[in-house]
Design a protein around this ligand. Structure first.
Ligand SMILES: NC(=O)c1ccc[n+]([C@@H]2O[C@H](COP(=O)([O-])OP(=O)(O)OC[C@H]3O[C@@H](n4cnc5c(N)ncnc54)[C@H](OP(=O)(O)O)[C@@H]3O)[C@@H](O)[C@H]2O)c1
Length: 263
C-alpha cells in the first residue's frame, strides 16, 4: 500500500473509519470523508504523522454532486492520482410499503446507496485507468438475501451488487478490478441511526449471539482486513467481480427460525 492514494467514503464513522485506519497502517495515503467535520478530524488525528504519507480530511455531502466533484478535484490536487476507491458511505432504513414516507425514503436510500456511487465512480475511473487501480464497494449480506424488515435497503444493496459485477466486466480489460464486501451485522452506530433507538445495537448483538453460526456480531476491523486484502494487487491480483460475504456464517443459516423481537 505504500504510496497508494485511497479515497474512502463514509470514513468519518464505523466500517469506513476502520478501513481508512487499516489502509493507513499499511502505508497508504488516505482521504477521510463524510459530513461530520468533528468525526472526520477525529479519524484524521488517529493517523499519526509519518514522512511521505498523508491523511487528508475533507467534508463532502455525497447527495450534492458539486461536493463529489470537489472531493475528487481536491484529492487530485493534493496527491496527483487515485489508486483505490472504497465506496463505503451508506444509510439504512426499515421503512415499509404502507408507510406514508415510503417513496421519500426510497428516493433517499437509492440516492445515497446507489446514485452517489455512480457519480463518484464515473469521476474516479479515468484516474484508475492511469494507475490500474481498483474499486471496492461496501454492500451488505442484505444485497444477497431478502429481509422484509429492510426491503428498500436490500433492493439498493442488490443494485450495488449488480453494479459491481457489470463494472468488473467493463473495466477488467482496462486492468481495473472491481469487488464488493457484503457484511452481516457489524458493530457500528448505523443501528442507532436507522432506528433512533440507542439500545438497538445491544438487541442486534444479542440476536447475533443466538442466530449467527459464529455466535457473535462482527467488528469493523474485520471488514477492514477484507477490504485491505481486496485492495492489494499482491493478495487479490486475480480477483474481480467478486461479492464476498463477511457474515459469521449467517448466509448459510436459517435465520427465519429465530424470533429476534422476543429474544
Ligand atoms: N454496520 C453494519 O451492520 C453493516 C452491515 C452491512 C453493510 N453495512 C454498510 O457499511 C457501510 C458503512 O456503514 P456503517 O455501519 O459503518 O455506518 P455508520 O457508522 O453510520 O457510517 C456511515 C458513514 O456514511 C457516511 N454518510 C452517510 N450519508 C452520507 C452522505 N450523504 N454524504 C457523505 N457521507 C455520508 C457517514 O458520514 P457522516 O456520519 O459524517 O455524515 C458515515 O461516515 C454502509 O454502506 C452500510 O450499508 C453496514
Amino acid at each position: 500500500m505504500k504510496g497508494k492514494v485511497t479515497l474512502i467514503t463514509g470514513s468519518s464513522s464505523g466500517i469506513g473509519a476502520a478501513i481508512a485506519l487499516k489502509l493507513w497502517s499499511l502505508g497508504a495515503n488516505v482521504v477521510i470523508t463524510g459530513r461530520n467535520e468533528k468525526r472526520i478530524q477525529e479519524v484524521v488525528n488517529k493517523c499519526q504523522n509519518r514522512d511521505n504519507q498523508r491523511a487528508l480530511g475533507m467534508r463532502a455531502d455525497l447527495l450534492v454532486d458539486k461536493d463529489i466533484e470537489q472531493l475528487v478535484a481536491k484529492t487530485i490536487k493534493e496527491f496527483g492520482k487515485i489508486d483505490i476507491l472504497v465506496n463505503n458511505a451508506g444509510i439504512g432504513t426499515t421503512v415499509q410499503l404502507n408507510d406514508q414516507k415510503y417513496i421519500e425514503t426510497f428516493d433517499e436510500i437509492f440516492k445515497t446507496n446507489v446514485r452517489c456511487i455512480q457519480v463518484l465512480t464515473k469521476l474516479v475511473v479515468p484516474y484508475l485507468e492511469i494507475t490500474k487501480g481498483n474499486i471496492i464497494n461496501v454492500s451488505s449480506f442484505e444485497g444477497l438475501r431478502p429481509n422484509p424488515v429492510t426491503m428498500v435497503y436490500c433492493m439498493a444493496k442488490s443494485a450495488l451488487d449488480m453494479f459491481t459485477k457489470c463494472l468488473a466486466l467493463s473495466l477488467g480489460p482496462k486492468g481495473i478490478r472491481v469487488n464488493s464486501v457484503n457484511p452481516a451485522a457489524i458493530r457500528t452506530p448505523i443501528f442507532q441511526t436507522v432506528t433512533e433507538n440507542d439500545k438497538m445495537l445491544d438487541c442486534v448483538e444479542k440476536y447475533c449471539k443466538t442466530a449467527y453460526p459464529l455466535r457473535r456480531i462482527g467488528e469493523p476491523e474485520e471488514v477492514a482486513e477484507l477490504v485491505a486484502f481486496l485492495a492489494s494487487d499482491t493478495t487479490a491480483s486475480f480477483i474481480t467481480g467478486a461479492l464476498i460475504p463477511i457474515d459469521g456464517g449467517s448466509l448459510r443459516a436459517d435465520l427465519s427460525a429465530i424470533d429476534y423481537i422476543n429474544l
